[in-house]
Design a protein around this ligand. Structure first.
Ligand code: ATP
Ligand code: MG
Length: 229
């Protein structure tokens, strides 16, 4: 059996039969505020804690604010910045330069840094840089290919399509990755509940239960009580 890479998210690794199979890429898709960025940061923190090299590619937040957000959960990214952690910030508003960096710089960085974990937050902002459907597709396939070739285990976050929140906004990433984790809200007795599902995980027997999770000052935690409804 393939070695498992722990996400570091309590409750989820059990659902996955130990973690993400080594070398696989997964998509974490969800509406705004469901914890996609937190998920990606928690996954990177788990790696740093274990002495692994990690790359965090962000289109959402700049370096300073990534470090600050992580610190809010008690994760000290700054300690690793000149060693095991590489933060790459791409500008969603500067399409031309970001596209150049994605095409020319990222494959090199991914090859050279020899990270065992990579997180990309978010692919929805990457695809927004491109106008044509086939350019979006090609960009994600290429990025995923460089990551695969590096041997890293990766997480891509993506926003859902507001008209069909079961799928990502572009509907591309699901086909690029080996696994899909879906995050959503559900209203229950005047209270919003966060719900996690594993939609796909190649070569893995995984839980198909729908599980509640919470975001606390220590990050994401999947709750074990199976009965949500
Ligand atoms: N310290 C904390 N304690 C409890 N909940 C928190 C804490 N920090 C963040 N949250 C919750 O997590 C949510 C944001 O999570 P996150 O930024 O990871 O979501 P996201 O899916 O990346 O959102 P977006 O689509 O806007 O990027 C907040 O809206 C808040 O509800
Ligand atoms: Mg986010």
């Amino acid at each position: 059996m393939k070695m498992r890479i722990k996400t570091g998210i309590e409750g989820l690794d059990d659902m996955l039969g130990g973690g993400i199979p080594k070398g696989h890429s997964i998509a974490v898709i969800g509406a705004f505020g469901t914890g996609k960025t937190t998920f990606a940061m928690q996954y990177i923190w788990e790696g740093l804690k274990n002495g692994e090299r990690c790359i965090y590619i962000s289109l959402e937040e700049d370096e300073e604010s990534i470090v600050e957000s992580a610190r809010n959960f008690g994760w000290d990214f700054s300690k690793y910045m000149s060693s095991d952690l590489l933060l790459v910030k791409l500008e969603p508003e500067d399409a031309r330069s970001s596209i150049r960096r994605i095409e020319a710089e990222l494959p090199e960085i991914i090859k050279e840094f020899k990270a065992s974990r990579i997180a990309v937050d978010s692919v929805s902002l990457i695809t927004m840089l491109f106008k044509k459907e086939e350019e979006k597709r090609e960009a994600l396939f290429k990025l995923s290919k460089s990551i695969k070739e590096s041997g890293a285990t990766a997480i891509f976050t993506a926003e859902v399509d507001p008209r069909n929140p079961q799928v990502s906004r572009d509907g591309i990433i699901e086909y690029v990755v080996d696994g899909v984790i879906h995050l959503s809200f559900r209203e229950e007795e005047n209270r919003l509940r966060l719900i996690l599902r594993i939609l796909k995980m190649r070569r893995t027997r995984h839980s198909r239960e729908v599980k509640p999770y919470e975001i606390t000052e220590r990050g994401i935690r999947v709750l074990s009580e199976a009965a949500v409804f």
